[in-house]
Unconditional design. Structure first.
Length: 134
């Protein structure tokens, strides 16, 4: 991760937006990977199987704008193998929704950003505020 950031903030219930941009330190409201040419990922492991039909990514908000990755793919652990489910992506102000045609059940979810698939102005970084499985 980027120096000073922790993945712990990805499911703490705090979404980075205009309301907390000045009250919370940048690394307390978002997670960022190193800014480089590699692919990036975050992984969530669950103590017991979960079922979900959507993932919602809340993007980091900094300097008056959201940092939305343009090439990011969801994966789930299916019988010990990583698999990308069929999905439909919808971007909305500061959020990306991944809708699955049917529920997936899994012990882990991974979000993989392909090389230089980050935000247009910083393609080498993955900068996420919160991830919710529904």
């Amino acid at each position: 991760s980027y120096s000073g950031y922790s993945a712990d903030v990805l499911n703490d219930g705090i979404v980075s937006d205009e309301s907390n941009n000045s009250s919370l330190a940048y690394n307390k409201r978002s997670f960022a990977t190193e800014d480089n040419l590699n692919e990036h990922f975050v992984q969530f492991d669950f103590p017991k199987e979960i079922s979900c039909q959507a993932l919602i990514l809340f993007w980091a908000f900094e300097d008056g704008k959201f940092f939305v990755s343009k090439d990011i793919v969801p994966y789930y652990l299916n019988n010990g193998q990583w698999q990308s489910p069929e999905y439909k992506r919808k971007d909305s102000l500061g959020k990306t929704y991944f809708y699955f045609p049917s529920k997936i059940s899994t012990l882990a979810i991974k979000l993989r950003q392909n090389k230089l698939g980050g935000p247009t102005n910083r393609p080498g970084i993955m900068w996420i505020s919160e991830v919710v499985a529904k």
